[in-house]
Design a protein around this ligand. Structure first.
Ligand code: HEM
Length: 118
């Protein structure tokens, strides 16, 4: 019934981004708490974050958080205000546009250094 509706895509992406951010949060807590047991292991983990190849992954994390937060707010609005499917479609595409525009400065600041833009 929902096949092809943007709401289905938003739902799938919401679940993927929610779980990905949760996974990162667990890993981040484990890695940060390592400072108590082994400062060397902690330093190794921090060194990983400084590698250039890690930057795109950091960018994906920010992109996932932004999507999840934005779509989450939209889900909450729709939960409280009954929205016809046609209106939701429009909201989805406006939201997708806002998201794409927001990602441009994020990409510039996070990845610009990798490609000599900053
Ligand atoms: C501004 C921040 C956030 C907002 C507004 C938000 C909003 C939401 C909403 C409304 C849902 C329910 C979606 C539905 O009923 O279809 C949800 C689900 C979820 N959120 Fe968030 N969330 C936020 C941050 C986070 C963070 C930081 C994490 C991870 C650490 C997270 C992980 C999840 C997960 C795993 C689900 C379940 C996804 C599913 O069952 O499909 N969320 N979020």
């Amino acid at each position: 019934m929902y096949r092809g509706h943007p709401g289905m895509l938003a739902w799938v992406l919401h679940r993927i981004t929610g779980l990905a951010v949760l996974l990162f949060l667990f890993a981040h807590i484990v890695e940060t708490s390592m400072i108590l047991v082994s400062p060397e292991a902690y330093n190794k983990a921090i060194e990983l974050y400084r590698q250039p190849w890690f930057k795109p992954l950091e960018f994906l994390l920010v992109a996932a958080v932004l999507f999840h937060a934005g779509n989450g707010l939209m889900v909450m609005i729709i939960d409280f205000i009954p929205t016809p499917s046609r209106t939701y479609r429009r909201m989805f595409w406006i939201g997708a546009g806002v998201y794409a525009v927001l990602l441009v400065p994020v990409a510039y600041f996070m990845l610009g250094g990798l490609v000599g833009l900053r």
